[in-house]
Design a binder for this molecule. Structure first.
Ligand SMILES: Cc1cc2nc3c(=O)[nH]c(=O)nc-3n(C[C@H](O)[C@H](O)[C@H](O)COP(=O)(O)OP(=O)(O)OC[C@H]3O[C@@H](n4cnc5c(N)ncnc54)[C@H](O)[C@@H]3O)c2cc1C
Ligand code: FES
Length: 282
């Protein structure tokens, strides 16, 4: 788990990027602790909501002391957050969760993301390149305006594929359509993915089928974000072969995709350790 701090973080800027709002927050104690794949939570103080809202950390700059989040308006909480004004302070806890594992040396890695799922991927790509590796991206969304960070990806590598469901940018289809070909094209030994659960499941299946490892950043509903409430649990096969519920806010959000029981998410599988006590079938 990360070593999080809580801060009243000043909003240095709020930049509108299509349907997304990039918040640059001053959080000098949090910034040096951030690794790609960590997330942060923000309180929605004005509306008095009890639960904080989780967001992947897009970038952190230890020298500037800043942490950046990319927020899409969804419901009441994000509606409040995207209206935050420069100079206001937000109650931030960061960094949280377990980040993407980083390679010891040069690897070829494919980074696959849907919508704002790309937010943590550029810092990850930079880190992999810093270690001598090469990267490719597949960025997808329903429509062109929902893509995030295509130019950031192109600044890092020429191997960028854009896919939209309606064909309004790049190839028409889903990120999984060109995935097998892209893995082969850059001879990727590892795939990192962030996006909706069905996408992560499909990406994992294809990556494993081609002998690549697959690290997935899941977006499970979270209440506390710090490992206490168990709202965010997923069934995962542990290293000892036993299936257990693990917390996506502390054990994740990044999981080895091969270990996640994708088809059983939202259920209590009968063979899960402790399933009977939880009301699962014998
Ligand atoms: C690890 C992670 C990273 C994310 N990264 C991003 C990102 O980079 N950008 C982005 O725009 N969004 C991101 N999200 C999604 C974002 O957190 C939601 O869009 C946001 O919480 C919605 O809040 P809302 O008030 O606008 O919506 P609402 O639908 O009004 O409220 C959703 C909130 O309700 C609570 N909730 C929902 N279901 C349950 C439940 N079963 N039990 C307990 N509480 C529940 C949660 O606190 C949740 O945050 C991420 C989510 C996670 C888990
Ligand atoms: S959100 Fe409470 S334990 Fe994960």
């Amino acid at each position: 788990m990360a070593n999080p701090v809580q801060a009243r973080a000043e909003v240095l800027s709020r930049i509108t990027e299509g349907p997304y709002h990039r918040l640059v927050l001053l959080a000098p104690e949090a910034a040096p602790r951030v690794r790609p794949g960590h997330f942060a939570t923000l309180a929605c103080a004005d509306s008095g909501m009890l639960l904080r809202r989780p967001f992947s950390i897009h970038r952190a700059d230890p020298e500037a002391g800043t942490v950046e989040l990319v927020v899409a308006e969804h419901g009441e909480g994000t509606r409040e957050l995207v209206r935050t004004r420069v100079g206001e302070r937000l109650d931030l806890i960061a960094p949280l969760g377990t980040p993407f594992p980083l390679p010891d040396g040069p690897v070829s890695a494919l980074l696959v993301a849907g919508g704002y799922g790309s937010a943590p991927m550029f810092a990850l790509g930079e880190e992999i390149r810093r270690r001598g590796g090469q990267i490719g991206f597949i960025l997808g969304a329903a429509t062109a305006d929902r893509l995030y960070g295509v130019e950031q990806a192109r600044a890092l590598t020429q191997d960028v594929l854009v896919v939209t469901e309606d064909g309004s940018a790049g190839l028409q289809g889903r990120v999984t359509d060109p995935l097998a070909q892209a893995i082969k094209a850059i001879d990727a030994s590892v795939v990192h993915a962030c996006g909706p659960m069905p996408m992560l499941r499909a990406v994992t299946t294809i990556a494993l089928g081609l002998g690549a490892r697959c690290h997935t950043a899941v977006e499970e509903a979270m209440a506390c974000g710090v490992g206490i409430c168990m709202t965010c649990v997923l069934p995962v096969v542990d290293a000892d072969g036993v299936s257990r519920f693990v917390r996506s806010c502390t054990d994740g959000p990044v999981f080895d995709g091969a270990r996640v029981r994708w088809g059983d998410i939202g259920t209590v599988p009968a063979d899960l350790e402790g399933a009977t006590a939880m009301g699962g079938k014998d």
